[in-house]
Design a protein. Structure first.
Length: 215
């Protein structure tokens, strides 16, 4: 029986199954988003699976249907943050040219996100720190770090190729230095925003990078 010949009852069952799948996917997404907010607010350890379900507007027992343990939920949160980061970064960088402009655009993204996505930045830094003591997070965060540095390195190499950045620069070393500088500044601001002048540090960091790299 093809789609045109399907009975109304068969079409209703198919629609019902599809809707049920969509509801499951929505519930999992909302629980994951709620858990990410809890990480940003409380850290990795000060909430439970039940708390995540309640924060998402569901029963306290529902999260265990999607995440067998708290560790599994934390691993999913790390992946959720990674996807957010690279998707958001890609849209930010695509508005620029390659090379030095893309490098500055990537730095701008980090600092801009402190205003537009502060919750995600809190969650990101909580997960980065948590990977030091939670083995399940370490592989994901190590890959995240490598991929972040690789994008910076690619921008540096593109800048060398088009003559914006001087030859002889150790692109790999500079990519790690830049990533560490940006994250370190933002981590200090997240802890003590009243006494860390984020705009000034942003300007000085970009000026320093350009001064050291420009041909």
């Amino acid at each position: 029986m093809d789609a045109a010949e399907a009975t109304p009852a068969a079409r209703t069952r198919k629609k019902s199954r599809r809707t049920q799948t969509e509801r499951r996917e929505e519930a999992e997404r909302l629980i994951l988003e709620a858990a990410t907010r809890l990480v940003a607010e409380k850290g990795l350890d000060a909430f439970t699976l039940a708390d995540a379900g309640e924060a998402a507007g569901y029963s306290r027992g529902l999260p265990s249907h999607y995440f067998p343990s708290k560790a599994d939920l934390l691993a999913a949160i790390a992946e959720h943050i990674r996807r957010w980061f690279f998707d958001s970064l890609a849209s930010h960088v695509q508005r620029r040219h390659r090379g030095l402009d893309n490098l500055v655009a990537a730095i701008d993204f980090y600092f801009d996100a402190c205003g537009t996505d502060r919750t995600m930045m809190h969650a990101l830094h909580a997960v980065l720190a948590g990977a030091l003591h939670k083995p399940l997070l370490a592989p994901s965060i190590a890959r995240f770090n490598r991929d972040s540095a690789a994008l910076t390195e690619a921008a540096i190499r593109a800048g060398i190729a088009n003559g914006e950045i001087r030859r002889g620069i150790d692109a790999k070393a500079w990519s790690v230095l830049i990533l560490a500088s940006v994250r370190g500044i933002i981590a200090q601001w997240l802890v003590d925003p009243e006494h860390v002048d984020l705009p000034a540090l942003r300007r000085n960091l970009i000026a320093s990078i350009k001064g050291n790299l420009a041909s």
